[in-house]
Design a protein around this ligand. Structure first.
Ligand SMILES: Cc1ncc(COP(=O)(O)O)c(C=O)c1O
Length: 166
């Protein structure tokens, strides 16, 4: 936390928000240590900086243990962004945020393709499928199988790093 405080107090005094993935995805599928984001949130709140959870890869139950990945960190973000998986292939993205932040957007539309009815129908159908078939529960079960399999190969010289949460 000392590092974050120092950066905010010196090199980056005018930060609007911190955007973080609950599980770092394309950057290496790294998990932040337990408690890190909660501690960040405390420091960010002191500075009036928003915490934005990028749920592109972790939203809609895919971590198995929380419908949104940030729930695994015990943090309530100021905003969440999401995309891709929500449309199951259809181009769709979105943001949800604290009411006062959303109320700050006075324009009727902020995106050329925003609210595209076909994408919205695809997103609605995908979400229905996720919920009706308990895909979050399935992710939890499949995750356990993968973790078990990884643990078995971890001792093999062919296996590099085997990182997962049990
Ligand atoms: C976690 C995460 N955030 C944001 C993005 C960016 O999405 P886009 O390619 O639509 O900018 C991606 C893309 O894969 C992603 O995985």
């Amino acid at each position: 936390m000392a590092d974050l405080r120092e950066v905010l107090d010196t090199a980056a005094p005018n930060v609007a928000c911190l955007i973080a993935e609950p599980v770092q995805g394309v950057g290496g599928f790294a998990m932040p240590p337990d408690g890190l984001y909660a501690a960040y949130k405390e420091v960010l709140d002191e500075h009036g900086i928003l915490f934005v959870s990028d749920e592109v890869q972790t939203g809609w139950g895919r971590t198995g243990t929380s419908f949104f990945g940030i729930g695994n960190h015990g943090v309530t973000p100021d905003a969440m962004t999401f995309a891709k998986g929500l449309g199951n292939g259809f181009a769709v993205g979105g943001v949800v945020a604290r009411g006062d932040l959303m109320d700050g957007l006075t324009a009727l539309g902020v995106a050329t393709f925003g609210g595209n009815p076909v994408s919205m129908a695809a997103a609605g159908a995908t979400l229905d499928h996720v919920l009706e078939n308990d895909l979050q529960g399935n992710a939890l079960r499949q995750g356990a199988t993968v973790v078990e399999g990884c643990a078995r190969c971890a001792s093999s010289p062919a296996c590099g790093t085997c990182a997962a949460r049990a």
